[in-house]
Design a protein around this ligand. Structure first.
Ligand code: COA
Length: 260
């Protein structure tokens, strides 16, 4: 498929998706959201891809939010569809069986922060600024921010950020666990690719199972989550890659995974 607002580059088995509306600080209009939905589906079905990196075009923004000129036109009926449609796409990212890493290279505000939150983990450049400034527009986050920010960081902090709309700089984002690493802008993509390649060297089946088990912890009780973990662990032990991984260790060699 052709994309107008996304750039796709596949290098070895890592796909880099760049949101490309730099003149609007990569704001997510409906077209970009639909393209994101298509590309995540396409990459999940692409056997050449193991890991996905999401980033923004230019040096200023990852994504500066939902497109406010489109938001401005919403009535209540359209608003419900708008929010549910965005949530569906971000759920697709969170439940992607290929890891999605957010390489946050500048502003990640509103829908941009929510997009980063839906990714499996986040790394950032020193100039990154996160935030949920929706209150300044008379709305609340509608693409999952009220839920995912509260789950990822201390809920007292999350509600403060949502109520004040304050920006969170990269160091603060690191300190509160919103991002895993902070790099210079120059280093960000190199480090993102390093992390992606490290994951891409594992068995794709194992990685898929790991994501499924960790994601279960977000929706299940501890008891149910542990039961799910045991089931998924059991499935892992039925794979060829489990035999290969354990045999390679015993034979003191590198495993050759077949993704099966
Ligand atoms: N939706 C639509 N357009 C946006 C946008 C958004 N979320 N964020 C930025 N833009 C546009 C601006 O309107 C401007 O377009 P123009 O040149 O045609 O006027 C362009 O991107 C550059 O933004 P600008 O505001 O001039 O850059 P800045 O460096 O002065 O400020 C921000 C940067 C991020 C602080 C500021 O753009 C901002 O507050 N954006 C909105 C953030 C927000 O509320 N997001 C949540 C939305 S739910």
């Amino acid at each position: 498929m052709d994309y107008n607002n996304l750039i796709l580059a596949i290098n070895e088995s890592v796909a880099v998706v760049t949101i490309n509306r730099p003149d609007k600080l990569n704001a997510l209009n409906i077209q970009t959201m639909n393209e994101l939905k298509s590309i995540i589906t396409e990459l999940n079905n692409n056997d050449d891809v193991s890991v996905i990196i999401l980033t923004g075009s230019g040096e200023k923004a990852f994504v500066a939010g939902a497109d406010i000129s489109e938001l401005n036109k919403l009535d209540m009926l359209a608003a419900k569809k708008f929010s549910e449609h965005g949530q569906e796409i971000f759920n697709l990212i969170e439940n992607s069986h290929k890891p999605v890493i957010a390489a946050v290279n500048g502003f990640a505000l509103g829908g941009g922060c929510e997009l980063a939150l839906a990714c499996h983990f986040r790394i950032a450049s020193e100039n990154a600024q996160f935030g949920q400034p929706e209150v300044n527009l008379g709305i609340i986050p509608g693409y999952g921010g009220t839920q995912r920010l509260s789950h990822l960081i201390n809920s007292g902090r999350a509600i403060e950020y949502i109520l004040t709309g304050s920006m969170i700089d990269a160091n603060e984002a690191f300190r509160i666990g919103l991002v895993n690493h902070v790099y210079s802008q120059k280093e960000l993509m190199t480090k993102a690719l390093e992390l992606a390649n490290k994951i891409a060297a594992k068995s794709r089946v194992t990685i898929r199972h790991a994501i499924e088990a960790v994601n279960a912890s977000k929706v299940l009780s501890l008891k149910e989550g542990l039961a799910r973990e045991a089931s998924i662990f059991t499935l892992c032990c039925g794979t060829e890659d489990f035999k290969e991984g354990t045999t390679a260790f015993i034979e003191k060699r590198k495993p050759k995974f077949k993704n099966s």
